[in-house]
Write a protein that binds this ligand. Structure first.
Ligand SMILES: [Zn+2]
Length: 238
């Protein structure tokens, strides 16, 4: 668990992008504030992935693809994370966007827009969670249930506590929905790493800045306009 901090890896090539004016669009809900200064808009962080991490549709689907040996409690933790995001999207984006959970069918692959792969040991020493998105969706959102082996002080592979599994899923789904990291990574905002150590001990919440940034990403949908990619590299938390 102590290495979760270094393990929620998402690697980007930063590029100089024009900073367009932020569209005035506030989230239609109230959430706890966080100590994040600003959030990166993930679709603008890598020119290689210019069509990734941004959705031109408003009826997203999400499913779970779990390894056979996954603990049902870990599975339930990811389901809770999905439900938490569903509630936030319902309440905070003015009803303009939906996230529909499609339960897995036995023996068949998940074919949703966002697929969360729940795999013990995914990422090895490199990461505990990772959201890989491409032009056709985010069907490689990886969530591990075990901490990376071989870390100093670790006695081998350790199971993440359930709050951490839920937190990793929340964080990675946040990426899939369009949120990047906080510009101050020591923040305990869901989209930073400050919560990701064993002493935090509880699942991070979706903050006001998280939902405000999401409202910025989805401003076009909330305003009933044609799909339009956000222009800014960052969204300043107010
Ligand atoms: Zn991340």
């Amino acid at each position: 668990m102590r290495r979760l901090l270094a393990a929620l890896a998402t690697v980007f090539v930063f590029a100089a992008l024009p900073l367009g004016p932020a569209q005035a669009q506030e989230a239609t809900c109230s959430r706890p504030t966080s100590d994040a200064v600003a959030l990166y808009i993930i679709s603008n962080q890598s020119p290689r992935q210019s069509q990734a991490y941004w959705w031109g549709t408003t009826d997203l689907t999400i499913g779970i693809q779990a390894a056979p040996n996954v603990d049902p409690d870990d599975y339930a933790a990811v389901q809770r994370a999905i439900h938490t995001w569903q509630t936030a999207i319902d309440e905070c984006l003015g009803g303009a966007v939906t996230l529909t959970y499609v339960p897995a069918q036995p023996g068949s692959r998940a074919r949703t827009d966002i697929v969360v792969h729940l795999v013990p040991g995914a990422g090895g020493n490199f990461f505990a969670g990772r959201a890989e998105c491409g032009p056709s969706g985010c069907n490689n959102v990886l969530v591990s249930t075990t901490s990376p082996p071989g870390q100093p002080g670790d006695d081998g592979v350790a199971e993440y506590e359930l709050w951490a599994v839920e937190g990793i899923a929340l964080h990675e789904i946040g990426h899939a929905l369009g949120l990047g990291h906080a510009t101050n990574m020591e923040s305990t905002d869901l989209m930073a790493y400050g919560w990701a150590n064993s002493s935090f001990g509880r699942t991070p919440v979706i903050s006001q800045c998280d939902v405000d940034a999401l409202a910025y990403v989805w401003a076009w949908a909330m305003q009933g306009a044609e799909p339009m990619r956000p222009q800014a590299l960052t969204y300043a938390c107010s």
